[in-house]
Every structure is written in C-alpha cells, then in structure tokens.
Design a protein around this ligand. Structure first.
Ligand SMILES: [Zn+2]
Length: 259
C-alpha cells in the first residue's frame, strides 16, 4: 500500500504469485498515480484491473500506469463526472491546504468505473467474490458513506481494504443523500464486522489513514459504532475530532441530523 499527501488516502495493490495485480483506489495526485504505476512495472507485476471502493473523486482517479485498465466497483448508483468535478472543486474551496496540494499536483480526469456483476463465493455461502484471475478477493457491498461502497477482503492474507471506513483519522462520514444515513452506516459496519469474523481478517487498510492489526480493527469498529450513537445523542468526545477538518464535518453532520 501507499499513502497520498492528500487526505492520507491509501492506494493498495493485491498481487498474486504470478504477478497478476489488482490496483485499489489509485491516487491521488498525477505524480502519485504515476509513481504507483512505475513501482508495479519495476517489480514485474501485471496490473489487470482497478477497483474503486466507491465513487468519490479521490477514489476513481486515472493516470499513467493504470490508464486503459478495466475499472470496477460494487453496484449502486455512482456520482457521474460532472458531479465529480463539482465535488472536488467544493472540497478545494473549503480547504486551503488541499487547494495548495492540488494546484501543485494536478490529477488526471476520472475514469469510467463500472459495476462488476457478483460471483458467488464457493466456500462462503451468501458472499460474493471478485471475478478476476488473481488471489481470492471477497466483495462486501453496502451503502455506508456512499451508495456504491464496496470493501474487499484479500482472503488468504486476511486483509480488509475497507474504503472510507474504520479510519484512525476520520470519524464515520455519512452519505448525506441517503434517506437513513446513520442506519445505512450502522448496517455497513455490521457487514464489515461479519466479514471480519467470516474470513478471519487480521489487518485493516482504511481508505484514509493508517493500517491496523486485528486489535486495532476491533477498536475502530467500536469507535465508529460509538460515534454513530454520539451523533444521535448530539455529543461526542471522539479524539479524531481534534482535526479541524474532521470537526467541521462532524458539525455539519450534527446540524443535518438535528435540523
Ligand atoms: Zn469517500
């Protein structure tokens, strides 16, 4: 995995013994995406597709090294390009530090990301796996954070690539377009928790922040459940709120829920 200078966004590579590689959430600046592509070439790995954990702009980027690969995501509606451009400019306007990074390091246009049809998992009834030639990867689709969110479990390695959840930096950020954003998020967390048990996950890699071991994963599950309870009661002492950007997002979520 690699960590971007923007939002501590993580990009991950799932690599098989023969070098078959799935690129997950390549980002964020054009230089970082190209660096990821160059690292893959240097090691003799063979990227065959890109998985986006969801359709937010920082997870659907294109660029040198990944251009032309099939682009996959879980089902559900996705932000379309004009919304993508608008979403990124809004975040840039709201965040001077982000504006500076993006001005210095432009990104390529977003790629066209298509839903991949689910394939039943032979050893795990009720779950789906990614239909690709690399190591077994389970797909956990849900609607927490975004309507098209899809976490991956790299089964043999016990690694959960969970997109924008279970972060050590960000509290749960709700899908503000959902009719029941807290309920959707709770459901998504419980689906992740079930996959963690089912596949014996021992490592979590969030879309933003640092990876963690199983103890840390369990701690983050509890922290995110507690934060959702706090949102409903209106008070939270979550330590992640020390980051002003996260505190602002929290204030906006509270205002939206208690309006
Ligand atoms: Zn997101």
């Amino acid at each position: 995995m690699a960590t971007s200078a923007v939002y501590a966004t993580t990009s991950s590579l799932v690599v098989g013994d023969d070098g078959t590689t799935l690129v997950v959430d390549p980002g964020v600046t054009a230089g970082e995406v190209a660096g990821l592509g160059a690292a893959v070439v240097r090691r003799g790995w063979r990227p065959v597709a890109v998985w986006s954990t969801h359709g937010h702009w920082d997870h659907v980027l294109d660029g040198h090294g990944v251009r032309g690969l099939p682009r996959w995501r879980a089902g559900g509606p996705v932000a379309h390009e004009s919304r993508w451009v608008e979403e990124r400019s809004r975040e840039r306007d709201d965040d001077a530090a982000l504006a500076a990074v993006l001005a210095a390091h432009p990104q390529d246009a977003p790629a066209d990301v298509v839903p991949v049809p689910p394939v039943p998992f032979p050893h795990a009834p009720g779950t789906d796996r990614l239909d690709w030639p690399g190591p077994e990867v389970a797909v956990v689709p849900h609607a927490a954070h975004a309507p098209d969110h899809g976490a991956l479990v790299v089964v043999h390695a016990g690694v959960l690539l969970c997109g924008d959840m279970l972060s050590d930096r960000e509290v749960p950020l709700l899908d503000d377009a959902s009719a029941d954003p807290v309920g959707d998020y709770r459901d998504g967390l419980e689906l992740l928790a079930a996959a963690v048990e089912q596949f014996g996950v021992s490592v979590v890699v969030p879309g933003h922040g640092s990876p963690g071991d199983r103890d840390e994963l369990d701690r983050r599950l509890d922290a995110d459940r507690t934060y959702l309870d706090d949102l409903v009661t209106g008070r939270s002492d979550d330590p992640r709120l020390a980051d002003p950007w996260v505190a602002d997002a929290h204030a906006a979520q509270l205002a939206a829920l208690h309006r």
